[in-house]
Ligand binder design. Structure first.
Ligand code: GLU
Length: 289
């Protein structure tokens, strides 16, 4: 889709409206792209229908617009990329196998014990796992540095029993289809990244550059979630929200920037991923209280 240059993206799951935490991720990824004159794409990760909330997508698009976070091109929907997911699964060829183990049978195990590895079960009606050696797979994250060093926990699921792609397969196929070169996302996804790198290497796709930014937590250390109900963004307070988020990103806008576009214009040349703390979480919910 692109011939060189920076391509970033924001990929919310439409399980609810944006909250301050997702605005933080969106703003960081937008600034990272725009500071390099890159493209910034919007993908709605809607392949898992039961996790979706009615009207969430419309609310997300509205909030992004109100906060001045304009995206390039049409909105991409993960559900429109199914052929890419299936093609990626096919390309994994002999590296995958069907698994009929129930979740409860594996509960408490450190790693998948390889139960179905050599059973040649039919794919239909079963989950599909990719073989993964227990090799440490480290990578250098632009913010978090060399991480993580934990070994893979054995063969992992790439296709679910309910015939949907599992997150690591879907995300690598989607990002590749969209020509994404730079991923800026929450550090809650850091631990999944070695799986994605494993798939990328099996698929012969060059890995994007990653920056995993801290996830916003409440004063008691809880991740802000679309489900805890207290944090849906108030679009009427877009300027205030954005100023708070910029503060959390290590940018303190001077008073007087009276609209989101002006704030972003001020922040864009000042953005440095290194201004962020190299932690997985930041306590920021109090910023708007
Ligand atoms: N859709 C995922 C989420 O909302 C993010 C995917 C990604 O950035 O890799 O958590």
């Amino acid at each position: 889709m692109t011939a060189g240059g920076y391509v970033g993206r924001f990929a919310p799951t439409p399980s609810g409206p944006l909250h301050l935490g997702s605005l933080l991720t969106a703003t960081a990824s937008w600034l990272d792209a725009r500071a390099r004159n890159g493209r910034w794409l919007l993908r709605i990760d809607d392949v898992d229908a039961p996790r979706q909330a009615p009207d969430a997508e419309a609310a997300i698009l509205r909030s992004l617009r109100r906060h001045g976070l304009a995206w390039d091109g049409p909105v991409v929907r993960q559900s429109g990329l199914r052929s890419h997911h299936r093609a990626a699964l096919r390309r994994l060829g002999g590296h995958v196998f069907a698994c009929r183990c129930a979740r409860r049978e594996l509960r408490g195990l450190e790693r998948y014990p390889g139960t179905c590895r050599n059973l040649s079960l039919p794919h239909a009606g079963n989950a599909i796992r990719v073989r993964a050696e227990d090799q440490p797979r480290t990578f250098t994250d632009r913010l978090q540095g060399r991480s993580p060093t934990t070994a893979e926990k054995g063969d992992f699921i790439v296709w679910r029993r309910d015939d949907l792609p599992a997150y690591p397969l879907a995300v690598v196929a989607d990002d590749h289809a969209m020509g994404v070169t730079h991923v800026v996302r929450g550090a809650d996804l850091l631990d999944n990244t070695p799986r994605q790198l494993h798939l990328l290497s099996r698929l012969g796709i060059q890995a994007p550059s990653y920056a995993h930014i801290p996830v916003l937590v409440t004063a008691s250390g809880e991740k802000l979630s679309k489900h805890n109900g207290v944090t849906a963004l108030d679009d009427q307070a877009a300027t205030l929200n954005l100023a708070a988020v910029l503060g959390l990103l290590g940018l303190d806008p001077p008073a007087g920037r009276t609209c989101p576009a002006r704030l972003l214009e001020w922040a864009r040349p000042r953005w440095r991923v290194s201004r962020l703390p190299r932690t997985r979480t930041i306590e920021g919910f109090t910023a708007l209280e």
